[in-house]
Ligand binder design. Structure first.
Ligand code: NAD
Length: 278
């Protein structure tokens, strides 16, 4: 499955095997990607794209609508189950231990629900099961109020009691614990520095199901390609990352879906990086 030039480099390195996942790894669990036809959200007579809804500007203007959108999306995530690709990453972590690292853009929490450890999973865009006070009160990251139902009909609005649970004790709004499109990464909440550092030492970076529209993943791929380290891209459609992989000395593009490729790929990586029978 992996060319010799890639396999040899993986065997020779003692660095971490870093997986970078995007919405595509959860597509076969039934969670739509942002690029799919279900991407928009209707408020009144207007359709909004996710890039407009998932913003601090939208939250400042229409917090109840933004919450409604997140609660609907969270309901979709809660009703989905991890798929064979998520499970393969759990098996790989069990085998690789500290040589495994997972950087995910997904806010669906499926990697953790599948069984990957929180310590080795950097949720660089947050997790929709959690929220934070807009003013930054402690604890910074909190579970969503239990009174909010896990399933949410698309047309359902929040009532006054539900809106009241989305206020911090200080009176300020709680906001979804997700990185919005008009915000920047940071280390304390989103592990920005740690993720970039992982790319600087990775024995291999495996990118699964991401279109390449966000900046930290782009930087990580560029870093790995510039080092001449193995860059493996899994996606059914060519992306900017598959182009970088194909142009790189130790890059490879594996065209297919996450569940088709990741289970076999993790077996191959385990044999190369960790030795058979480990
Ligand atoms: P994206 O929608 O921009 O791209 C998804 C990629 O996955 C595409 O390249 C597509 O070809 C690929 N893909 C589709 N089906 C696949 C499959 N079965 N197997 C493998 N790949 C498949 O999503 P993105 O690049 O992750 O980034 C956009 C933003 O969307 C991120 O901030 C992310 O947090 C957010 N998002 C998250 C979820 C989630 O948590 N599940 C869902 C939608 C969007």
């Amino acid at each position: 499955m992996l060319p010799d030039r890639v396999g040899r480099a993986i065997t020779a390195s003692a660095g971490p095997i870093v997986f970078l996942t995007g919405a595509g790894i959860s597509a076969e669990s039934g969670i739509p990607t942002f690029r799919g036809p279900e991407g928009f959200w209707r408020v009144g007579s207007r359709n909004y794209q996710p890039t407009e809804m998932a913003t601090a500007v939208a939250f400042a203007r229409m917090p109840a609508e933004v919450w409604r959108w997140y609660l609907f999306r969270r309901g979709v995530c809660r009703s989905a189950a991890p798929n064979a690709a998520h499970r393969a990453l759990v098996r790989f972590e069990k085998r690789a231990g500290d040589r495994f690292l997972l950087v995910t853009q997904n806010v669906d929490g499926l990697h953790l629900r599948a069984g990957n450890s929180a310590a080795r999973t950097y949720q660089i865009h947050g997790n929709a099961d959690f929220c934070r006070c807009m003013r930054g009160c402690l604890p910074v990251v909190r579970e969503l109020p239990v009174k909010l139902s896990e399933s949410w009909e698309k047309e359902r609005s929040l009532d006054d009691a539900e809106l009241a649970t989305l206020r911090c004790a200080c009176g300020e709004w709680l906001r979804p614990h997700v990185l919005w499109f008009d915000e920047s990464y940071d280390e304390p909440v989103y592990r920005y520095v740690s993720a970039q550092r992982a790319a600087e030492t990775a024995a291999a970076l495996i990118v699964v199901g991401t279109s390449g529209a966000t900046s930290l993943p782009t930087r990580m791929c560029e870093t790995v390609a510039a080092r001449g380290a193995p860059l493996i891209v899994v996606d059914p459609e060519p992306t900017v990352f598959s182009a970088v992989a194909e142009a790189s000395a130790r890059g490879v593009y594996l065209r297919g879906t996450a569940t088709e490729i990741v289970p076999e790929l993790t077996e191959a990586l385990g044999a190369l990086a960790l030795g058979r029978g480990v």
